[in-house]
Design a protein around this ligand. Sequence first.
Ligand code: RIB
Length: 297
Amino acid sequence: MKVLTIGSMNIDHVYSVDHIVQPGETLTTGGMNIFLGGKGINQSMALAKAGAEVYHSGMIGEDGKMFLDACKKYGVNSDFIRIIDEKTGHTVIQVDKNAQNCILLYGGANQCLSEEFVDDVLSNFEKDDILLLQNEVNLLPYIIDKAYEKGMQIALNPSPFDDKLLACNLSKISIFLLNEIEGWQISGEKEPDAILDTLQKLYPKAKIVLTLGKDGAVYAYENERLKQPIFEVKAVDTTAAGDTFTGYFLAGLIDKMPVADILRMSAKASSIAVTRNGAVESIPYRDEVENELKYSE
Ligand code: RIB
């Protein structure tokens, strides 16, 4: 079973700050680093590092060719990445002294997908292959409809949430992976159980993974609900923690692991990622995750 991500690639400009800058304030930063990121490619990398066969598709400009090198380095197939005459997407990320971040996102080439490009990419995949999506590229409603017609299983991380997602037919989604803010935005509910109750009523056939920050994660499918606490660590940068969880979770499903074990592995992988700076580079390999799990409660 193959996994295709049609998703973003961003050059992350990451600034260390004392606190997140306030309206009207000018704030001098500490260190500045440039990292490879974007929710799409982060999740593809997490899948690959977890051992899955993954194909990444999306668009970059000439200034983004380092993503092709990274795909090669980490084992992501990059045949469906197109270089176009546009700037690669980029972000400005502030990371504060508590490792919390905030992100400004410029879509650039990520917003230039065409229907012809999507059709061409999807023609290389088959029924039951998995399509993984986030909300950092254009044409999501079209991509979802076309992949569903082919019988692909569609996993959606509805992040960042905005009105464009409301144009998507979410009943075509097989797996939702979302945080509690996105859960609230979709369901109108704030409590985790209420979010899950509403989502399960709306999308009864979907598997749902709700991440809850320091409170861990909950998995819901039919009558089953499983909780997974976090592994406590000293975080330095939480960027890509959710992407790591998503990639590892899907990799575990592909391996047909018991869901409780998948949740544990995904939580451990995220806990390692937050101890490192950056996005793509911070995601651990499967053997490291499994090794650390042996020594964890
Ligand atoms: O989820 C983290 C990612 O969100 C960052 O790498 C940044 O590019 C934004 O897309």
